[in-house]
Design a protein around this ligand. Structure first.
Ligand code: MN
Length: 252
């Protein structure tokens, strides 16, 4: 993603062309597009800087909206503002919370969204997927449906949650089949475009292919994971899916 900003020229192009140039071309054109820290992190830092300086006007509102677009969740912004309120001042926390509440107003609390997702699905969500949490970004849930003959598990991802790149290995047979049952998600093989997943979609994952699967940024997602029987089967877990790559999928 490349950030383009024209607010400087629109507001001050005639009055202060140099300021407009620094704003649009340097601050936003170059600095905001520097990839050494993630866009999401940069959005959070900007909110924190404005809050700490006591800037709670429309520019803060703009940067809160920006942070939300970059994938900052309601829970995350609440934690960020609470943390900063201790250091920057309690009244600043109150002022920014009033604004943040408006920006994140339409997001239902996570518990309600999870319950709504569960209600629209015939399979259980199951328990927090603690055993594999180290290989996931975000929270996931696991419900074993079949543990005999062929292993079948319902895997549920909260919005934005995905597993790390990984490879299913086997000496013979093996691999994995995904059957999408609820919500919207993604499947991607290394070096290929990601594929959007909807309920009813099937994915056949051959042995030896590096890939990841997970939820869309704004949707809960569940798929059945079918373990294809084989000899000497194992999973190789690799690096997480970069925030930057995942963000591109959401068009952010
Ligand atoms: Mn897999």
């Amino acid at each position: 993603m490349t950030i383009k900003q024209t607010a400087g020229r629109e507001a001050l192009g005639d009055f202060a062309p140099e300021f407009a140039h620094y704003n649009d071309d340097i601050l936003f054109g170059e600095n905001w597009n520097n990839g050494d820290i993630s866009h999401k992190t940069r959005c959070i830092i900007t909110v924190v800087a404005l809050m700490s300086s006591g800037v709670t006007d429309s520019s803060l509102k703009y940067h809160l909206e920006n942070a939300k677009k970059a994938g900052v969740t309601r829970a995350e912004i609440a934690a960020v503002l609470t943390h900063v309120a201790f250091y920057a001042g309690w009244p600043k926390g109150w002022a920014v919370f009033r604004m943040a509440k408006e920006v994140w107003a339409e997001d239902a609390p996570a518990g309600d969204a999870k319950a709504a997702h569960a209600a629209g699905m015939v399979f259980p969500i199951g328990a927090p997927n603690d055993g594999f949490a180290q290989y996931f970004i975000g929270r996931s849930y696991l419900a074993p449906l079949s543990t005999a003959q062929v292993g079948i598990f319902n895997v549920t991802f909260e919005p934005g949650c995905r597993n790390n790149w990984h490879i299913h290995h086997a000496k013979s047979g093996g691999g994995q089949i995904l059957i999408c049952v609820a919500g919207q998600g993604w499947y991607q093989e290394w070096g290929k475009d990601a594929k959007a997943l909807r309920p009813g979609d099937m994915v056949n994952i051959p042995v030896g292919v590096k890939h990841w699967h997970g939820a869309a940024a704004d949707s809960w997602f569940s798929h059945l994971a079918v373990e294809v029987p084989g000899e000497e089967t194992s999973n190789e877990w690799c690096e997480p899916v970069a925030d930057e790559d995942y963000r591109l999928l959401a068009g952010l």
